[in-house]
Design a binder for this molecule. Structure first.
Ligand SMILES: O=C[C@H](O)COP(=O)(O)O
Length: 253
């Protein structure tokens, strides 16, 4: 299946607005010089979204958010709703990143609410799944990821499914410099697709983009992107360096 790949940069809690604009400008410049079919998304901190929307206006780079509230509006101090994101031109949003699960108590259940509220605003969720190191050591990784997939995706209707992107990010590979081998990543992507297919059929499962995330960089991107089940990458640290990020996009094709 030859669908265009997606490379998404998750900037996490990095850059001031002025630093962010400078980095974004370098990325836009680099992308313009590339001949690529790869789709690109950037998820900066919330504080950057409004300015980034202007900067991305005449580009093919898609504006993404790193999180969203599971509530639509009201007395929820500090939260940002899907409606607010839509108003800022946000097209995609990361949901249940492992750092949100680990430090902010997010669960599969809260992820489902977030995904539903995003889909109502026609913002496409990037739903993060992945096992802890201890899960892999105990050979529970397939079980953990299966639960993350079934508790969320099985609650969605068929027509919503193609709007969803999955990011498989083994927690032990995030920001650690340890990448899953291309074979390990591909094996899990294949498993995820099979779990989706069990409920929705092969055709729909084939339409869901499954990204790999976890220490992706210019050195390992080509081997990862060459795997048949890997549809792209969710990039953390390396998306904060324009040259690295551009090299990853190039490797994706
Ligand atoms: O969202 C991105 C992932 O957490 C990967 O981060 P990393 O590329 O810094 O390992």
């Amino acid at each position: 299946m030859n669908k265009p790949k997606l490379v998404a940069g998750n900037w996490k809690m990095n850059t001031t607005l002025s630093e962010g604009i400078a980095l974004l400008e370098s990325i836009i410049k680099g992308v313009k010089l590339l001949k690529t079919n790869t789709k690109i998304a950037i998820a900066p901190p919330f504080t950057h979204l409004s300015e980034f929307r202007k900067a991305l206006k005449n580009t093919d780079v898609c504006l993404a958010a790193q999180n969203v509230s599971d509530k639509l509006q009201g007395a929820f101090t500090g939260e940002i709703s899907a409606l607010m994101l839509k108003d800022l031109g946000v097209k995609k949003a990361i949901v249940a990143h492992s750092e949100r699960r680990q430090y902010f108590g997010e669960t599969n259940e809260s992820a489902l609410f977030k995904i539903k509220t995003l889909l109502k605003q026609d913002i496409h969720p990037i739903y993060c799944v992945g096992e802890l190191l201890e899960d892999r050591e105990r050979e529970r990784h397939f079980e953990v990821v299966e639960e993350q997939i079934t508790t969320v995706l099985y609650q969605l209707t068929e027509e919503k499914l193609p709007k969803l992107t999955i990011a498989y990010e083994p927690v032990w590979a995030i920001g650690t410099g340890k990448t899953a081998t291309p074979e390990q990543a591909n094996e899990m992507h294949e498993f995820i697709r099979a779990v989706i297919a069990k409920r929705f059929g092969e055709d729909l499962a084939g339409q869901v983009m499954i990204l790999y995330g976890g220490s992706v960089n210019s050195g390992n991107a080509s081997a990862l992107m060459a795997q048949p089940q890997i549809d792209g990458a969710l990039v953390g640290g390396a998306s904060l360096k324009a040259e690295e990020f551009i090299a990853i996009i190039k490797a994706a094709g």
